[in-house]
Each structure stands twice: as C-alpha cells, then as structure tokens.
Design a binder for this molecule. Structure first.
Ligand SMILES: [Zn+2]
Length: 449
C-alpha cells in the first residue's frame, strides 16, 4: 500500500537522529483545503479552497501525538479541535477553552497516533531517510477507490511544503514550520485540561460507532437514531413502502496517512446497507420505496447505491442530479450490493417539489434552492415533520440561532417561516433537538439574525 520514495541523502538535513536529547516539537502546516474537491463545499467541484491550519506535536522518544486542527468543515462552519493520542490506549479530546476533556480507552489510540505522526515529515523518516512521496488508496464516497498521494517539497529548507492529492486532484496544500517546545511546557501537553475531571467515554465510541435505534415521532413517521455517531435519519412508512431521508456513508480522514474511515470495514455503501438491513428487521415485508438525498455532501448522499440496490427510487435536488448520477455510477466504486445488479443508479431530479402519494401520509420533497451551506437542498415533509440536513442544526432550545453558524440558521429560519405550515416541527440529521416553527419565527426576529 505505502510506497516509499527516499530522498537523496543530501536532501536530508534535519539530523534529528543525531540530537543529544529527546525533543518535543510542534510542526504546523498553514495552508488551504479544497472543500469542493472533498464534496463538502458549496458546489461539488474542485477549486473551493478555505484556509486550513494543521499542527502536530510529537516527541523523539515516544509515540504520543497531539493534533490540533483549524479550518472549515463546510463553507458555513469554521471549527477548531485538539485531540491527544497517547498509546497504548488513550484518546483525549482536549477542550482547553472549556473543560472537561473527553477520554476514550481504545487500542485505536496507537494506530491513529502512528497515522497522525506522519504529518511531521521528520517522523516519516525510517532509517533516517525522509519520505518525499507517500502513496496509498482510499474508498471515498461519491468517488470510489481512488489514489491518495502526499507530496512533500522543500524538505531541506526551513519551510517544508505538503500537497495532498485525491484521485489526482489537489485537495490540501500547506507550508510547514517547526518549533521546539521547552520541557516544562511539553510535560503539560499530555495532562488533562486543569479545572475539571475528564469525562470517560466507552472506548468503542471512538471515533464513531453504529448503534441504530428506531424512535417513533408520530403515526408512520420515525427517526432512526445512531445510524452512526451523530447521524439520525427520518423514515416514513407509506402503503407502498418506506421513504428514507438521506443515504449515509462513511468518512475518510485525509490528515492521516494512510487515511481510514471513521467506521472501518463498511466501505462506501456499507453504512446505508446496514441501515437498510435494520429497516428490514423493523418493518418486515415493507420495501424501501424511495430515498431523498438532501444535498450533494458525500456523507449524506454517498450511500445511495445501497438504496438503488434495494429497489428504491433515488431523488435529489435538480441542480446536482447529474453530478450524483455520474458519481454514483463511477467505475471506481468498490464491490457492493449494486455491483450485482446490471444497471445504472438513476437519480430523479426534484425541480421545485415532488409528492410521493399515499392515502394516509403523503410525502413531499421540497427543493429549497441555494443556501450558505450548499448549491441546493431538499427537505422532506411528512406527517407534520420536516427533515433537512445541515441547514438547521440546533444545539439547544434557545429562541435565537447558535452563533457559530448563524448565517445558515437565519437563512433556513426565514425560508421555513415562509414555506412551511405553521404547525410543522423541524428535525435534522446531526442533533436530536426538535424545533417547532414558532421557534424559527423567533430566530428571524432575534438579534442573531
Ligand atoms: Zn452538508
């Protein structure tokens, strides 16, 4: 999998192996990440770069790693997080700004530490030869099995540079800088944040787990919680079969080498295949009639092949139907249930809205158009509930939007007040808060909007 291309001996000038004492160093890459190429941008096209700052702290004489990242996970969401991997079995999410930390006991700590250390090219130097190029492949939603390449440049200078290419497309570029951390500061890095005891979380929850549970919202309308950590999906039971909102897929971490899925072993279609199996148990003899892909982001649309294999119609906003049709039928898709079917995944475009008829619970798919999150989004309205993804993700019952993504929250609140019936309750993929429309009306009136 990994191919080492050693540099010329003359290029290798760090000389860390000749150091007289064990050092702790922080290596930071300042650069930019292409959310478009990652299928997490406004449009599913390369060239949508946002600033990214990746730092890794490592030691000469241990395998411990402190990883700190800052940047955008979506066009409308800026974030930063820090995690410590302390082999053999401790992973700590470091909340230095607002303790407590969270701690997981899992053997994955050692594996992830190894993968993450390579962000510092000095740590990717077996036998003293730094690696200029690292090559592997990864199974990425909406792409298939594609090559992933790390190219280091200027390793002999003070500011080494890294480029990461996925399927031949530049997805990250950054320039590095290193500083030595003095021993007193270094010792504190590996301690829990003072002020509150860390919260112990069962180790099998790191980094994500599948623990599905069916929750009834009202007659015929359900939420499958815990499809994977932080993913909850609406399911509507109609006479002709189940209608599911979104086709979840895994998530590959590109700052690790080799990159690995958050839920390993499921490949691209596996998570949605698991959801379909779960629904077959909960609703025996009820086929899957349709899946509504809310938007083009790969964690929401990437599992659609599983639904097509189960015989479901696949719906998506008209603006991205062609892209999804191409992506889901890519020749690079690894074997899955759809591979056994001689056919094409057909993506049905929703221009304004489509109603999937039913005597009891008709289901309306509504194209909401362009938002600060994505070029287009579908919502699913059924039985008084409206499911959407990533436009309204409340983290409380407050009457005003959370301030870290207020632009999108305000956009959605205004759309919902104008377009949804007054007694609608809004639900979403990533949080379990349910929002009555009246609260969104308060958003619109609040100072936050
Ligand atoms: Zn999204």
């Amino acid at each position: 999998m990994m191919k080492f291309l050693p540099a010329l001996a003359a290029v290798f000038v760090f000389g860390f192996s000749a150091g007289s004492y064990a050092e702790t160093t922080e290596f930071c890459l300042d650069g930019e990440f292409d959310l478009g190429a990652r299928y997490q941008g406004l449009t599913p096209e390369p060239g949508e770069f946002y600033p990214a700052h990746w730092c890794v702290t490592t030691e000469d004489d241990s395998d411990r790693v402190l990883l700190s990242m800052r940047g955008r996970s979506n066009p409308d969401m800026e974030g930063h997080w820090t995690v410590a991997f302390i082999p053999p079995d401790l992973v700590r999410i470091v909340n230095a700004g607002s303790p407590p930390d969270f701690e997981f006991r899992t053997p994955k700590a050692a594996v992830e530490a190894k993968r993450t250390r390579l962000l510092d090219p000095r740590r990717a130097a077996p036998n003293g030869e730094p690696l200029l190029t690292l090559k592997t492949s990864a199974e990425m939603s909406l792409r298939g099995q594609v090559p992933v390449v790390w190219n280091w440049r200027s390793l002999n200078e003070r500011r080494p540079r890294l480029e990461i290419l996925v399927d031949g497309i530049l997805i990250f570029r950054g320039t590095g800088a290193r500083r030595t951390i003095d021993p007193d500061e270094a010792a504190e890095l590996w301690q829990p944040t003072p002020g509150a005891d860390p919260i112990e979380v069962p180790g099998d929850r790191w980094p994500a787990r599948v623990a599905m549970e069916l929750v009834k919202l009202t007659d015929g309308v359900y939420l499958v919680q815990g499809v994977r950590t932080g993913f909850h999906h609406m399911v509507v039971e109609t006479h002709d079969g189940l209608i599911v909102a979104d086709a979840p897929a895994g998530w590959v971490e590109l700052h690790q080498f080799p990159p690995e899925d958050l839920v390993p072993g499921l490949s691209i279609s596996g998570l949605s295949e698991k959801l379909i199996d779960f629904l077959a148990e909960e609703f025996p003899d009820r086929p899957i009639r349709a899946v509504a892909l809310t938007h083009h982001h790969d964690d929401h649309a990437g599992g659609a092949r599983a639904f097509a294999a189960a015989g479901a119609d696949v719906y998506a906003p008209a603006e991205i139907a062609r892209f999804l049709g191409n992506a889901l039928n890519s020749e690079t898709m690894p074997p899955d249930r759809f591979s056994d079917i001689d056919g094409h995944v057909i993506v049905r475009p929703v221009e304004d809205s489509v109603t999937l008829d039913d005597d009891v619970i008709p289901v309306q798919l509504i194209n909401m158009g362009e938002s600060p999150h994505s070029i287009s989004s579908l919502g699913v309205l059924a039985g008084g509930y409206f499911f959407q993804s990533d436009l309204h993700v409340p983290n409380s019952d407050a009457d005003e939007p959370r301030d870290d993504r207020s632009e999108t929250e305000c956009w959605f609140a205004a759309w919902a007040v104008e377009n949804l019936p007054g007694d609608t309750v809004v639900i979403n993929t990533h949080s379990l808060f349910q929002t009555p429309l009246s609260r969104l009306a308060s958003y619109v009136e609040s100072d936050g909007c």
